[in-house]
Design a protein around this ligand. Structure first.
Ligand code: SF4
Length: 288
């Protein structure tokens, strides 16, 4: 089945309906994040980096959290009903620092929350150590399936290193969560190719992330993409990859569930965490 042909489908409700049916029996998964280290070695910084805005607004944003803080956040998230916890840091380089494994190991010892590391492109040895630590998976996006766009937006990052990290993570037995950002200047053909790249990589879960302009960045004047386009791309992903966990972005619950997502970035929103399963039941009971 051709991703581009599906993306061009004019009857998007038919597309959504097919995607939803394929998602019907997938488990409901609530996801939140917990920072490990908000420094980043990427040079120059990515042109869309929202952390540039956060460091101007959030007190002490650029810092390493303590092990106690990290463990406490994971335990609290699990108690609130979070199933998966991803652990962002900025780009660290191929070798993760020792304290990452200490923090992750400490959380693994006291919680059954499923942890996904998120540290950019990292080396195989670090991925093997993450697996040994008990981490469930690794989150590594391809950011943009268009290499020119990738280099423009992320001049300090490396597309091929990200692809290699995805392959290495799979080889080490980690589950792989991937995806890309929509709205960075790519074409519809690029989006279709991106979905097919993810399919070929046999990733386990996907988040198609709408570009959101942040103040104090070089891309602050760009508009975000149409929610309908992101939802269509999400539905096409579900149709081409019916067995993955498909994740909606923050606050996109209606679009996401409509387009066949079974998992959501619900952050710390208690209503979303406790209500996600019921939201899916309401959606599937709705008479069209
Ligand atoms: S890798 Fe992430 S944290 Fe670092 S500059 Fe790019 S977007 Fe920002």
């Amino acid at each position: 089945m051709d991703a581009l042909r599906l993306l061009k489908e004019e009857d998007h409700h038919a597309l959504f309906k097919e995607a939803r049916e394929l998602a019907r029996d997938r488990p409901t998964i609530a996801i939140s994040g917990s920072f490990l280290d908000t420094s980043c070695s990427s040079s120059p910084y990515c042109r869309h980096c929202c952390w540039r805005a956060r460091e101007r607004v959030w007190p002490n944003f650029r810092r390493r959290v303590t092990k106690e803080e990290f463990v406490q956040r994971g335990v609290s998230a699990r108690a609130e009903g979070i199933d998966w916890l991803y652990t962002p840091s900025g780009c660290i380089g191929p070798d993760l620092p020792e304290y990452f494994f200490e923090y992750l190991s400490a959380l693994e010892q006291v919680s059954d929350i499923e942890v996904y590391g998120l540290f950019g492109a990292v080396g195989r040895r670090s991925l093997e150590l993450l697996k040994q630590t008990g981490v469930e998976g690794y989150r590594c996006g391809i950011e943009s399936p268009n290499r020119r766009v990738f280099k423009e937006v992320k001049p300090g990052d490396d597309y091929d290193a990200r692809i290699q990290s995805i392959k290495d993570a799979k080889d080490t037995g980690l589950k792989v969560w991937s995806g890309f950002i929509i709205g960075l200047g790519e074409s519809l053909e690029d989006i279709a190719r991106g979905i097919e790249i993810l399919k070929d990589l046999e990733v386990d879960s996907v988040l198609l992330h709408p570009f959101g302009p942040c103040p104090f960045t070089e891309m602050e004047a760009m508009n975000p993409p149409s929610p309908l386009l992101v939802a269509k791309a999400t539905a096409v992903t579900r149709i081409l990859m019916p067995h993955i966990d498909l994740i909606f972005f923050h606050n996109e619950v209606e679009w996401g569930l409509t387009a066949g997502c079974n998992a959501g970035m619900v952050g710390g929103n208690p209503r979303m965490i406790s209500g996600l399963k019921e939201m899916r039941e309401v959606m599937y009971s709705y008479q069209e």
